[in-house]
Design a protein around this ligand. Structure first.
Ligand code: NAI
Length: 342
């Protein structure tokens, strides 16, 4: 009888729409760098999405094993593997959302900017292929330093004549995920209710959680604000140090990236109520790129949420001014990298 009830449960689970044989929608997603620490768990999470019909995995390393493994999950999407530069074009044809976690991660003692030289070239090459093969896709950049790799991607797309600022996103969702978790813990709130917008950029002091805008509304002492802000800014380093040379955040990053992909797919599918934070081309400040909450729609960014930057606390105003020079320099470094190529 016990076995019977398990079998029944399994059968019921199979009947839930997300596990049916037909996808609820037919979007194609590609992951570039799919064999990596982020790429693999991200592929698994996207394989579980009912909105995906095709999941294309690309890496310079062999991704056949990851694809074969995932393809046995009884969810609707078809998983295909693409290895090496000669297969990149085919991986990208007809894709709606491209996620890029390709590159090297930090080791203890490194800043995200220390990754610039290697990852800048990787992102440039991959975005060139995106421009050639699926110029209309949403592009999610995870590879660090995001503050520079997003401007690099924009310049490459401009050179190719296909830049749509509404469809290029630096993935900063992990900062929001961390802020929500730490605030819920500190204030003893129900975690699914908590939402903290995080603005600025994605490195050190450029990460600015707007604790005064936390939902549900909650008050913090000055000490709590300082503690939480610093912890959110250094949370990546917390993981880098704990992993002691074996890389940076991968599982929480995959979780966060999967959330951003799912939000993008819902927006593409016509859901009119999709908001996320992301590092995007922006006129909210005098910097050309800036992370803030955005409203997502079928054509990408429908609006930047301007109200988040109004009525900041004194602490946040100061932190916002303090982050601008560093963020500006990182953006300019990315732009110069592409413009100064022979
Ligand atoms: P990893 O080293 O485990 O995986 C990277 C993968 O990229 C490897 O499979 C590698 O073969 C592949 N790769 C390298 N060059 C490539 C190329 N030209 N084309 C395609 N694939 C290529 O690194 P991990 O931990 O997955 O991190 C990836 C990136 O994500 C790093 O730059 C890291 O700093 C960044 N990151 C970003 C976060 C964010 O919040 N935006 C958070 C955590 C990490």
């Amino acid at each position: 009888a016990l076995r019977g009830s398990f079998a029944l449960k399994a059968q019921k689970a199979n009947q839930r729409p997300q596990y049916g044989l037909q996808p609820l929608a037919t979007y194609k997603v590609a992951i570039l760098g799919a064999d990596g620490g982020i790429g693999q768990p991200l592929a698994l999470l996207i394989k579980m999405s009912p909105l995906v019909s095709a999941l294309n995995l690309y890496d310079i390393e062999n991704v056949k094993g990851v694809a074969a493994d995932l393809s046995h999950c009884n969810t609707p999407s078809q998983v295909l593997d693409f290895t090496g530069a000669s297969e990149l074009g085919n991986c990208l044809k007809g894709v709606n959302v491209v996620v890029i976690p390709a590159g090297v991660p930090r080791k203890p003692g490194m800043t995200r900017d220390d990754l610039f030289n290697i990852n800048a070239n990787i992102v440039k090459t991959l975005v060139e292929a995106v421009a050639d093969n699926c110029p209309d896709a949403f592009i999610h950049i995870i590879s660090n330093p995001v503050n520079s790799t997003v401007p690099i991607a924009a310049e490459v797309l401009k050179q190719k004549g296909v830049y749509d600022p509404k469809k290029l996103f630096g993935v900063t969702t992990l900062d929001v995920v961390r802020a929500n978790t730490f605030v819920a813990q500190k204030k003893n709130l129900k975690i699914i209710d908590v939402d903290v917008p995080v603005v600025g950029g994605h490195a050190g002091i450029t990460i600015l959680p707007l604790l005064s805008k936390t939902k549900p509304s909650v008050s913090f002492t000055d000490e709590e604000v300082e503690q939480l802000t610093v912890r959110i800014q250094n949370a990546g380093t917390e993981v880098v140090e704990a992993k002691a040379g074996a890389g940076s955040a991968t599982l929480s990053m995959a979780y966060a990236a999967a959330r951003f992909v799912e939000s993008s797919l819902r927006a593409l599918d016509g859901d009119g109520d999709v908001y996320e934070c992301s590092f995007v081309q922006s006129d909210l400040t005098d910097l050309p790129f800036f992370a803030s909450r955005i409203k997502l729609g079928r054509k990408g960014i429908e609006a930047l949420v301007r109200s988040d930057l109004a009525g900041l606390s004194e602490y946040e105003e100061k932190a916002l001014e303090a982050l601008k020079p560093e963020l500006k320099a990182s953006i300019e470094k990315g732009i110069a990298f592409v413009q100064n190529q022979p």
